[in-house]
Design a protein around this ligand. Structure first.
Ligand code: FAD
Length: 488
């Protein structure tokens, strides 16, 4: 029976303590509380506060940074067994507990009701840490972000006296707790309280969520590095980006396409473009791919496959189950990088003078479409003007190589935004950063010397409102980490 409290002597400790996916951050909590229901969370949070501890919460364990496995963490609240996916007839909303993985949510919502929530591309991610950052993935250009369908949240919060309680907050205009719902629509996870239930229902009168396509056709196009020179590389990245600049208005036909361009370091495999579209609309993908291919002289290999919706949504991440060390950095782009910037990236990816890691890559991922139908303050997720997400990551095993890999990705990222001080400054044409792709460098004054505050990058004009919510619902700053909204 839950709750189960596990200390270091318990044989379950290594499994539970080691659930975080980034081996750079070893876990050393004194205890882990495995909760089974909201009341267990209330009690565990209150106990931690009374002991003067900062409770850290884990759902899916897919955090990029040490937001849970921080050296100061004494108690981890593990929500992985709170994973029910159902329907709440009273609130007329689909109810998803935070420990459900995105894959489990996709599966149950689709098989029982034929609907889905647009969310991330990796089915092993936990709903708990994903949705409060905005949440989005393959269906987002067509249907928006997860939070665009979030009707309400149940959140365990702590008041000034240290008392914990569960609060229901919805988007209803007359809900006195509406501000707490709003903060959970992009203000980042682990900053206001512990979300114990997510309630999904699309806006509008009807009781609904998006219906996913029955099948998805994916075209994969691969160029070998040996066939591409700098001009070819620049042409390819420019054409991919330009197409997104011109085909990412909400409701435009191109919003049916979800594309990714993988740019690994030379030696790490071919440059790969994947384009997924609802089956029956392959013509849209053909036109897009023809436009990109015209910009590159080299002949690529191509592959086409069609999969039913769930089979496509449940494909595991390439690193699923592999616990290595990694560092990721990301940005939203409102337009293409310049030719000079892309040429600089080409040189970083092909330079053979020092860095040799094949598991290092940059990616460009589709954004925009229905995501940009919402205004920047409708939800706390302010990034409603970007057309692409740029994402870089390096993966390695040996702790002695930390500096080598961290330097490579930090310098490469800096080069991509060099004229803005090395960050995607939203006031200098870029789109800021995505709090779900947590990058603590941006809040570290040694590593972010741009003069642009970390919260401007993550929350843009919504930060002051988020701070007011923080003051109301977490006045003691119980829920804090490197990227949590600060008290005003
Ligand atoms: C391989 C991979 C692919 C990804 N792809 C996408 C993508 O396509 N789209 C996208 O938007 N993001 C993506 N992400 C980012 C992902 O959404 C975030 O890392 C997310 O925070 C992970 O949630 P989690 O519950 O699995 O992680 P955890 O490590 O359990 O938690 C992450 C953070 O959320 C907090 N948290 C967890 N549960 C709760 C809760 N119930 N209440 C309050 N705070 C909580 C934690 O304290 C921590 O700060 C990806 C990440 C990985 C590793």
């Amino acid at each position: 029976m839950y709750p189960v409290t596990v200390d270091k002597a318990d044989p379950r400790y290594p499994d539970l303590a080691g659930r975080g996916i980034n081996a750079r951050f070893p876990a050393d909590p004194a205890k882990i509380v495995l909760a089974g229901e909201t009341e267990h969370v209330v009690r565990a949070v209150e106990d931690a506060v009374r002991a003067g501890e900062r409770p850290a919460v884990r759902s899916g364990g897919h955090c990029f940074e040490a937001l849970v496995d921080h050296p100061g963490t004494r108690t981890v609240l593990d929500l992985s067994e709170m994973k029910a996916v159902g329907f709440d007839p009273e609130l007329k909303a689909f109810s998803v507990e935070p420990g459900a993985t995105l894959g489990a949510m996709y599966r149950t919502l689709f098989l029982r009701w034929g609907v889905t929530v647009p969310a991330g591309r990796c089915p092993e991610i936990g709903v708990g840490g994903h949705v409060p950052g905005g949440g989005g993935g393959a269906l987002s250009r067509a249907h928006g972000l997860s939070v665009d369908h979030l009707y309400g949240v149940e959140v365990v919060v702590v008041d000034e006296s240290g008392r914990a309680r569960a609060v229901l907050a919805t988007r209803e205009p007359d809900d006195p707790h509406r501000d707490l719902w709003w903060a959970c629509t992009g203000g980042g996870a682990g900053a206001f309280g512990v979300v114990t239930r997510f309630l999904f229902r699309s806006p509008g009168g009807e009781l609904s969520l998006p219906a996913p396509p029955a099948a998805v056709t994916k075209q994969t196009v691969r160029w070998q590095w040996a066939d591409l020179d700098e001009d070819g590389f620049v042409g390819l990245v420019r054409a991919f980006s330009a197409w997104h600049e011109h085909n990412s208005a909400p409701g435009s036909p191109g919003a049916r396409l979800d594309n990714s361009l993988t740019l690994p370091r030379a030696g790490g495999g071919p440059i790969t473009l994947e384009s997924a579209v609802e089956d029956g609309h392959a013509g849209l993908a053909d036109a897009f791919l023809a436009e990109v291919r015209r910009a590159v002289r080299a002949e690529p290999e191509t592959e086409v496959s069609t999969s039913p919706f769930l089979a496509a949504a449940l494909v595991p991440d390439e690193y699923a189950g592999v616990k290595g060390r990694f560092k990721s950095k990301a940005a939203f782009l409102r337009s293409s990088w310049t030719e000079e910037t892309i040429a600089g990236l080409y040189r970083r990816l092909t330079d053979e003078s020092g860095y040799q890691n094949p598991a290092a890559a940059f990616y460009l991922l589709s954004h925009g479409g229905a995501i940009n139908a919402a205004g920047p303050a409708d939800t706390a997720m302010a990034h409603r003007d970007a057309v692409l997400k740029a994402y870089g990551s390096v993966f390695w095993w040996d702790p002695r190589e930390d500096d080598l890999h961290l330097s490579w990705i930090r310098e490469t990222y800096h080069g991509l935004f060099a004229e803005a001080g090395g960050v995607p400054d939203p006031d200098r044409g870029y789109g800021g950063a995505f709090v779900n792709y947590a990058d603590a460098d941006l809040a570290d004054p040694e590593l972010n010397r741009s003069g642009v505050p970390w919260h401007r990058l993550y929350f843009r004009d919504n930060y002051a409102a988020l701070q007011r919510v923080k003051a109301r619902w977490d006045p003691g700053d119980t829920f804090r980490h490197a990227l949590s909204v600060r008290l005003p």
